[in-house]
Design a protein around this ligand. Structure first.
Ligand SMILES: [Zn+2]
Ligand SMILES: [Zn+2]
Length: 388
């Protein structure tokens, strides 16, 4: 420690540039350390009141700093904020070998799946080569390692389940001479002009454009294996297809069913809410035993589809009930009519909250993330009931 006056004196000296540089670096370091400590253990006077501890052994204990209110909004400093619910057993996945960074397993007769715990890929080993479906950048080159682990046959066919970058933006890892197959809408989406490179968010880049497209059905025969590709209309995304291995009773449909969890926010960003409800019946019309649904570290079953369908039937019923019971004019009395957006925002939040409360009374703790995004699903369903 040296007195402040000496510091000022040294800074004043013209030949102390080196000192200023060193001093600045030290100050930056101090700021980083203070900032980190603040983020991990903010002083209560700053307004953070909720630091939750995830269930588990002390060594696995993870601090969750994100407090949430009942409707899932982040509100630092809100004494009413609650901690996220512990995840139910249904949410767990296969254990990933951390030295490899992925898990690969044969589902049935040459049909395999690969996951890194959050995303999923399917590949089929045929007598003539490998068919692979999707290329999430989060797994990237590990898909090639997983395939090489079980076969030395080349990749001859690539299928895109749909156009979303987080599922296909690593497709440039596949041989350019392979046949690329997708729905015609997926090709149209990929050909769109965009202000930023495709998949910039997930570190992706340009992907080979599909060379074979179809509108309704396409049968892919490669060597001794057959896949049936089918499109039944807009649900999660226009062009999102069923990839079905009838012999193996394996079905792949991405971003609709989330086994053990509720879907990602806003009906998993579904393009069409009625199409999203319908898709549950469509999935169950296939004769399958195993579902590759694109996310999380485990596979799905028919029961997972039925559970999610029941969850959304409840949300629809609860949204309809909330739209009939939440009193718009009582809220208007509080908020006034002058600021229309404030009035509607307050009203729709109240309807959403009523729907979420009714739904969580049954589903809280049953599916992973029910406490996080039920309000979000309610909000989308309410809008859909109001306008679709
Ligand atoms: Zn998607
Ligand atoms: Zn997804």
């Amino acid at each position: 420690m040296f007195p402040f006056t000496i510091l000022v004196e040294r800074i004043r000296k013209p030949k102390s540039k080196k000192f200023i540089v060193v001093f600045s670096l030290i100050m930056v370091l101090v700021l980083i350390i203070v900032g980190s400590v603040w983020a991990i253990a903010p002083p209560s006077s700053f307004g953070y009141v909720t630091v939750c501890h995830k269930a588990g052994t002390p060594s696995q204990e993870t601090l969750i700093l994100r407090a949430r209110t009942a409707n899932g909004h982040i509100q630092h400093g809100d004494p009413q904020a609650q901690c996220a619910d512990p995840l139910p057993g249904t949410a767990g996945g296969v254990s990933i070998d951390q030295t490899k960074g992925y898990f690969v397993d044969e589902i049935n007769d040459g049909v395999y799946w690969v996951t890194e715990g959050l995303y999923q890929v399917m590949f089929v080993v045929t007598s003539e080569g490998v068919i692979v479906a999707d290329a999430p950048p989060s797994i990237g080159n590990k898909i090639l390692e997983a395939i090489a682990e079980v076969t030395d046959k080349p990749i001859t066919h690539v299928i895109y389940s749909h156009s979303h970058a987080d599922h296909i933006a690593a497709a440039s890892i596949y041989p350019p001479e392979a046949t690329y197959i997708a729905h015609e809408e997926t090709l149209a989406q990929l050909e769109r002009d965009r202000p930023f490179p495709f998949g910039i968010f997930v570190g992706g880049g340009p992907v080979p454009l599909p060379t074979v497209t179809f509108s309704d059905n396409y049968t892919l025969n490669v060597g001794d294996k057959t896949l049936e590709l089918e499109y039944r209309g807009v649900n999660h995304d226009r062009g999102n297809i069923y990839i079905y291995a009838p012999e193996q009773k394996v079905l792949m449909l991405i971003d609709v069913i989330f086994p053990g969890w509720i879907p990602f926010k806003e009906l998993a960003v579904a393009e069409d809410a009625p199409g999203f409800y319908q898709v549950h019946d469509d999935i169950l019309s296939f004769d399958f035993e195993t579902l590759i649904s694109g996310h999380m570290g485990h596979l799905g079953s028919r029961e997972d589809v039925e559970i999610q369908q029941e969850y959304f039937l409840d949300i629809q019923a609860n949204a309809a009930q909330a739209l009939q019971t939440v009193d718009f004019f009582a809220i208007a009395q509080d908020v006034g009519f002058e600021n229309s957006w404030l009035l509607f925002d307050t009203y729709l939040d109240a309807v959403g909250q009523e729907c979420a409360d009714l739904t969580l009374a049954k589903w809280q703790g049953q599916l992973g993330g029910a406490d996080i995004w039920t309000f979000s699903h309610c909000s989308v369903v309410i809008e859909s009931l109001r306008i679709d």
